[in-house]
Structures are given as structure tokens and as C-alpha cells.
Design a protein around this ligand. Structure first.
Ligand code: SF4
Length: 458
């Protein structure tokens, strides 16, 4: 139902009121949930993953797609039933849906006690205290544009890996996107704040950080910095082994960043750079700010200057006005760039986006589905071919855990962000293992352990 119930943090306040935190959506939301956990822990709250124990249920929500919101609404329906039996249960919606819908969410769901927007997380404990004290219903969606990232270093899903928000909001106005409405305008955190946070994470056992921002490669713009400067600063940090960053915008790519990626050994060999379409007409209508040829040029530069670099894509299929010829341009781009992974979506109109009410959703659903199926097939063939070429090669894999389907198998990722499965001991989780690829499909790379690197992670 939900994407994740955040595990109870290691040092919850035993005996404090218990919170069940459920997280929907992207990595940014998972990190937001960690900030919420930190704020609640400081105020004496404890955590649980069991419905029946919870004094409060908080949903960290996502607005990016219709389906994501639909899942939250249907979950609120279930919680409403539970609340009839337990009227003292406090229920809150946090994050993008709270920012976008505000008070109207409270009107629609009488069981809901409060909403807290994406820039109001620091106030979440105060809001929850008030709701529990006197049953007030609260809307907190006008937070400061300053980025507050106070976090508990030890509250994170993995010992060896952590997400770090380096900026919030977005100054673009892509016509299909609600983010500028829900997360506000772009604000970058200062370099030293980020460095210090990563330093504390590394002291606590983290070897890989993922820097998060809606347009992460625009980081530092106001202060005259570039993401390349940040990569170079983090390169100096002893104990840190890998730095990833998502999501980059093609319009913000420059030589400085490509140089830094080429020079910094810790920078991941993977760039998530969504083209969204290969048709200039569609890119104009989406207000993306680049052409398909500019995108090709960036891809060529990256591949020429950073040996082994891989690229990831998001593509929207059936955007308003997309003709067969437009779609063929997207197919050509995908075939030419050869992404190592791609998220392919059918367009659906979203209230609150610039396209809403202005661009008719005029590509019939069966056409969208047929185009999606064709592109999925092409992308699968590209991945399968690439994976075949990796058989026999060796990779340093940071182990993330045991496979759900087969607990004897571990999975992890190499520097190019490929997911690799192999047989091994659960105790290798959070360590680096050298793996030789022995088999592959379009989706999976399988291998065998060559060596477990000792003491890779304290
Ligand atoms: S760059 Fe465009 S798609 Fe990405 S968050 Fe900003 S407005 Fe949305």
C-alpha cells in the first residue's frame, strides 16, 4: 500500500507517544521523513511500525503523479475507519500533498487532524503536540523558504549509505510538473553545511552519499558555486567512497560539472538526466529549455570525457499534441543515447501544473499505451545488450542487503549504479565486495563473489 514504513529509529524515546510514519514517493520524500523523525525524536516521540500501537499516523506524501495521490487518498479511507474505533488517534498528512491541497484535505477527510507542508517540517512536533493536547485541526503550509535540514545522523535506512538534501524547490516551470507549486522556488544549502553533515555521516559509518535536489546540477547558483565545486570539496573527505547526485536538468549541464565528474574518483559513474522527449516541439511545449540536439551534444561530451559513464532517463509518452513523428524522434533519441535505465511514463494531466486547463490531453489512451509498450521493448533490448557485454567483468559492489525473493542472494550497486545480485552472507551488507558478472537479463546482472573487501565500512 505505502512505499515504506520508516523503521523505528535506534534511539526512540521509550515510553513517549508512538508515531507510525508512512512514506510515499521519491527519495526526496524518504529523506524528508528522516527530517521529520529527527524533529519528533527531539520532542520526545517514539516510533512504531504497528498500527495498533500508534498514537499518531503521519503520511509523508507525493504529488508528482495522479496515482501517487490516489494511493494516499485510499489509505486515508482506511485510516478513517480505524479512527472511528480510536478517536484519539492523531492523523497528519505531510509533504507535497499538504502543500498543494492544504485546507481542502481537511475538508475532504474529517478524520484528518493536520497538514504540514514541505517547508514546515521543523514545526511538525509543535503541531502534533497541539493536536494531541486539545484536538485542534491545523494547517501549516506557509513555511520559511530557508532550507532547514536538521537531521538525526543515526536516523537513516542504511548504515553505509545516506541521502543529503543540498537544495529544495525548483525555478523551472515545466508544464507537466507540480513541484514548483508544492516545494517552492529553488534554495541551495551552503557548501560548508553540506560538507559538515556529510562529515558527521561518514564518522557514523556512511561511505556513500546521494545529494538530492530537484535540479541538483543548479546547486549553488545564487552563491556563485557549481555542483562541480561541491563534488571537489567532498572528494577531500577521508572515509567517503562514493558521491551520487539526483536529479540533473539538461539545461543546467556545463563543462565545469563534466570536468569535476571526470576528475573526482568518488563521483558516481551515472548521471540521471531526464530528456523527457526527443521531439523539439514537445520539449518546447513542456518548457524544458533545450533541444534534442543539445541533449545529444551533452550525452556525447559525457561519454567522451568520462569513460564508463552511464545515463538514466525519464520519458513522458503521449504529452499533449504528440504526433507519431514526435514519438519517433523520442525513439531515435533513446536508441542513440542508449540509457542504462529509463523510467517511461504515460502523460496524465495534473491539477496545479501550467498545462492544466491549457493543453488538451489529446493523445488517446490506447495510443499512449501502444507507444509506451514499444519504447519499453526497445529500452529492454538496449539494457539486455549492454548487460551481455558486462559478462566476465569485475565490479566493486556496495552491498545493500538480501534479496527478498531469495535470502541466500545479496544485492548491491557498482559505481555506475547497476544493480548486481550474487550469493553471499548477510553479514556482508554495507561492505564492498568484488563481484564478477556471470549472467544477465534486461533487468538484472548476476555474479559471483571474487573478494570481500575487508573493513570497507566500520
Ligand atoms: S525541473 Fe521541471 S520537472 Fe523538474 S522539478 Fe522543476 S519543474 Fe518539475
Amino acid at each position: 500500500m505505502n512505499d515504506a514504513v520508516l523503521s523505528p529509529p535506534p534511539h526512540g524515546v521509550a515510553g513517549g507517544p508512538k508515531v507510525l510514519l508512512e512514506v510515499f514517493g521519491c527519495q526526496m520524500n524518504k529523506l524528508d521523513a528522516e527530517l521529520v523523525v529527527g524533529a519528533l525524536k527531539r520532542s520526545g516521540y517514539d516510533f512504531t511500525d504497528r498500527d495498533e500501537e500508534a498514537d499518531a499516523v503521519l503520511l509523508v506524501t507525493c504529488s508528482i503523479r495522479d496515482q501517487a495521490e490516489h494511493r494516499v487518498h485510499s489509505h486515508l479511507g482506511e485510516i478513517s475507519v480505524a479512527k472511528r474505533a480510536r478517536p484519539d488517534l492523531a492523523v497528519g498528512v505531510l509533504g507535497c500533498m499538504a502543500s498543494r491541497e492544504g485546507e481542502s484535505l481537511l475538508k475532504r477527510w474529517p478524520a484528518l487532524d493536520f497538514v504540514v507542508g514541505t517547508r514546515d517540517f521543523p514545526s511538525v512536533a509543535t503541531v502534533l503536540d497541539e493536536v494531541r493536547a486539545d484536538g485542534t485541526r491545523i494547517v501549516a503550509v506557509d513555511g520559511s523558504p530557508q532550507v532547514s535540514e536538521e537531521r538525526e545522523i543515526d536516523v537513516r535506512p542504511a548504515k553505509s549509505r545516506a541521502y543529503v538534501t543540498v537544495m529544495r524547490g525548483c525555478d523551472k516551470r515545466c508544464t507537466y510538473c507540480v513541484v514548483p507549486n508544492t516545494r517552492g522556488l529553488e534554495v541551495s544549502r551552503p557548501m560548508e553545511d553540506i560538507y559538515n553533515e556529510v562529515h558527521r555521516l561518514v564518522d557514523d559509518g556512511v561511505v556513500e552519499v546521494t545529494l538530492l535536489g530537484q535540479t541538483v546540477n543548479a546547486w549553488g547558483r545564487g552563491a556563485g558555486n557549481s555542483l562541480g565545486d561541491l563534488l571537489e570539496r567532498l572528494e577531500e573527505l577521508d572515509g567517503l567512497r562514493r558521491v551520487r547526485f539526483i536529479t540533473s536538468h539538461p539545461e543546467e549541464m556545463d563543462d565545469r560539472l563534466i570536468d569535476s565528474m571526470a576528475n573526482c574518483h568518488k563521483a558516481g559513474l551515472f548521471l540521471h538526466l531526464p530528456p523527457q522527449s526527443g521531439s523539439d516541439a514537445m520539449l518546447r511545449r513542456m518548457a524544458r529549455g533545450y533541444t534534442a540536439d543539445r541533449y545529444r551534444e551533452i550525452a556525447r561530451e559525457l561519454k567522451a570525457r568520462i569513460p564508463g559513464v552511464q545515463m538514466g532517463a525519464d520519458v513522458i509518452i503521449g504529452f499533449p499534441g504528440e504526433t507519431d513523428a514526435d514519438f519517433e524522434s523520442t525513439v531515435e533519441l533513446v536508441e542513440e543515447v542508449r540509457f542504462s535505465q529509463a523510467f517511461l511514463f504515460r502523460y496524465s494531466p495534473r491539477p496545479g501544473t501550467p498545462a492544466w486547463g491549457r493543453l488538451a490531453d489529446d493523445v488517446p489512451d490506447d495510443v499512449k499505451r501502444a507507444r509506451l509498450a514499444r519504447l519499453q521493448k526497445i529500452q529492454a533490448a538496449i539494457q539486455e545488450e549492454r548487460h551481455q557485454t558486462l559478462i566476465g567483468t569485475r565490479h566493486e559492489v556496495l552491498v545493500e542487503g538480501q534479496s527478498r525473493r531469495n535470502p541466500r542472494m545479496l544485492f548491491g550497486r557498482n559505481l555506475a549504479f547497476d544493480r548486481i545480485v550474487f550469493e553471499g552472507e548477510p553479514s556482508w551488507t554495507d561492505r564492498f565486495v568484488d563481484v564478477e558478472i556471470t549472467d544477465s537479463t534486461a533487468l538484472t546482472l548476476s555474479g559471483k563473489r571474487v573478494e570481500v573487501v575487508p573493513a570497507a565500512c566500520p
